[in-house]
Design a protein around this ligand. Structure first.
Ligand SMILES: Cc1ncc(COP(=O)(O)O)c(C=O)c1O
Length: 363
C-alpha cells in the first residue's frame, strides 16, 4: 500500500529520514564519548526506543511515570524519569517499577526527596536519584550554588542512591543565533564541570552528569563535563528544530497525512487536519502551524480543531479536493501524543504500523 492510499488524518514516519536522524545523533554521542539516553517523550513508541537502543543508547529517558510503565512493559529495563515524582500514589507505582528494573528519578528539594527516601527504605530499596540543577530554564532545579549542600543532605537520606546531577538547557529554544546555541552548551558544560569537582569527594565516586537537548547535541565534545546526553526531538525533527539550526526540512521524518477537503478560492485550501491532529504549538521563528513536505512554501496559517487553513499564495503546489498532502508539524513531541499509531513508510510505501503505546500516559 502507498502512503497516499491511507485514510486521513494519519501519522507517518519516513524510515529513511528516521534512521538517518538516529544514526547522526548516535554518532555525535560516540564521538564525544557520551552515554546516549534519548528522551522518548518525542515518540512514546517502544519500537522506536528499541531502534535507539540498537544504535548504542544505554537506556531511555521519559517525562512521566506512565511513560516509564509503558516502556517497561515493552521490556526496556533502564529508565530515567527526568521529573520530580510527588504524591503517595506515584511513589507506590515508582517503587513497584524500581523492584523490577533500573529506574532513576530527579530530585530538587527535600520535600520531594524525603517521602521517596522513607518509602524506599521501608521496601529495602536504594532508589537511584539525580539532583536537578537549573542552568537557566527557570523550571525545576536548584541553582548551581546550592548543589554541594543539597548533595550532603540527599546523601544522608536512607533509601536513596545519589548518583549525580542533571540539567536541561531548554533556554536554547529562545536562542537567537547558532553561536548562542553553542554558548549555552558551553555554559552547561562549565557549570557541570565545576559541580563535578565539588561533589565527587562527597559521593566518593565520579558522578553521573546528564544534560543536553537536540539543538545543543552537536556542540559537546569528549571531556566536556557531561557523561550522558538526553536529546529527544532529533528522532523526528520538526519546524522548531529547523528554526534552531538542528535540522533541514529534509531531516523532518514525521508528518501528518491530510486530505484537501475544500479549495474555496485560488491560493487557499482546507485540510481535514486541525489542532486535534497537529497541536497548536508555534515554532520559534517560522510562521503558522506547519508546512507541506511536498512544498515548504505551502503553510498552515490557521487551525481550527478539525480544519487546517492552507495558504498557497507562495506555493507552486496547487492541490485539488481529494488530494493528500503531508504536513511537517511545528513540534513533533506533542503530535505523537495525538495518534494511536504511527505508520512507517519507505519511499512512500507503507511497511509497518507501530502502536504509540505511551500516548496519553501523562500521569
Ligand atoms: C528534561 C528533559 N531532557 C531532555 C529533553 C529533550 O530535549 P529536546 O527535545 O530538545 O531534544 C527534554 C525536552 O523537553 C527535557 O524536558
Amino acid at each position: 500500500m502507498r502512503v497516499a492510499d491511507l485514510d486521513t488524518p494519519a501519522l507517518i514516519v519516513d524510515l529513511d529520514r528516521l534512521e538517518a536522524n538516529l544514526d547522526r545523533v548516535a554518532a555525535f554521542a560516540r564521538a564525544a564519548d557520551l552515554t546516549l539516553r534519548p528522551h522518548t517523550k518525542t515518540h512514546k513508541t517502544p519500537h522506536i526506543a528499541q531502534l535507539q537502543l540498537a544504535r548504542g543508547a544505554a537506556g531511555i529517558t521519559v517525562a512521566k511515570l506512565g511513560e516509564a510503565e509503558a516502556m517497561a512493559a515493552a521490556g526496556i529495563d533502564d529508565i530515567f524519569i527526568a521529573h520530580q515524582i510527588v504524591g503517595p500514589q506515584k511513589i507506590e507505582r515508582l517503587l513497584a517499577l524500581a523492584e523490577r528494573l533500573k529506574i532513576t528519578v530527579g530530585v530538587d528539594s527535600r520535600d520531594v526527596a524525603a517521602p521517596l527516601s522513607t518509602a524506599s527504605a521501608q521496601r529495602g530499596i536504594r532508589l537511584p536519584v539525580l539532583i536537578e540543577v537549573d542552568i537557566g530554564l527557570r523550571r525545576c532545579g536548584i541553582p548551581p550554588g546550592q548543589v554541594p549542600d543539597f548533595t550532603r543532605e540527599i546523601n544522608a537520606l536512607p533509601g536513596l542512591n545519589l548518583s549525580g546531577l542533571f540539567t536541561y538547557p531548554g533556554q536554547v529554544y529562545a536562542a537567537r543565533t547558532e553561536n548562542e546555541v553553542a554558548g549555552i552548551a558551553a555554559y552547561e558544560c562549565r557549570i557541570l564541570n565545576d559541580l563535578t569537582r565539588q561533589i565527587s569527594p562527597l559521593l566518593g565516586v565520579a558522578p553521573r552528569v546528564s544534560g543536553g537537548s537536540t539543538p545543543t547535541a552537536p556542540h559537546y565534545v569528549a571531556g566536556c563535563g557531561l557523561t550522558e546526553i538526553r536529546p529527544g526531538s532529533y528522532v523526528f525533527n520538526d519546524r522548531t528544530q529547523i528554526d534552531r539550526w538542528a535540522a533541514q526540512p529534509t531531516d523532518c521524518a514525521l508528518t501528518v497525512l491530510a486530505t484537501v477537503v475544500s479549495t474555496p478560492e485560488p491560493g487557499r485550501a482546507v485540510l481535514d487536519a486541525g489542532s486535534k491532529s497537529l497541536a497548536a504549538d508555534l515554532a520559534p521563528d517560522s510562521p503558522g502551524h506547519g508546512m507541506l513536505k511536498e512544498d515548504n512554501h505551502a503553510v498552515l496559517v490557521k487551525l481550527n480543531e478539525e480544519h487546517g487553513f492552507l495558504d498557497l499564495s507562495d506555493a507552486v503546489l496547487k492541490p485539488k479536493v481529494g488530494d493528500k498532502v503531508e504536513v511537517i508539524p511545528n513540534h513533533s513531541c506533542v503530535v505523537s501524543n495525538l495518534f494511536d499509531e504511527i505508520v512507517a513508510a519507505r519511499g512512500g510505501e507503507v511497511l509497518e504500523t507501530w502502536p504509540i503505546v505511551a500516548r496519553g500516559k501523562s500521569r
